[in-house]
Design a protein around this ligand. Structure first.
Ligand SMILES: [Zn+2]
Length: 80
């Protein structure tokens, strides 16, 4: 997946990080637009029905991203 959800740039500017002991949730950050998306990977667990709750439960990932200077570009957790 490229940065189509953020600035539309290619994958060379993207990287991911994960929470501790959880790869169900990840944060995609783009160094070109300084944006990030928080993503739930439903192939590894979780449900798209509970995105609003999971979004709150993974608020620590937002803190990590914001501490690194990234700005959230999507209003809610993104389920894939
Ligand atoms: Zn971008």
């Amino acid at each position: 997946m490229g940065c189509s959800l953020l600035c539309g740039r290619g994958p060379e500017d993207l990287r991911y990080f994960y929470g501790e002991e959880e790869d169900t949730y990840r944060v995609q950050v783009c160094d070109r637009c300084s944006g990030y998306l928080k993503i739930l990977d439903t192939r590894k667990g979780g449900s798209v029905d509970a995105l609003a709750i999971d979004d709150i439960l993974t608020a620590h990932l937002d803190l990590v991203a914001e501490e690194q200077g990234y700005e959230r570009k999507a209003p809610r957790l993104w389920g894939i």
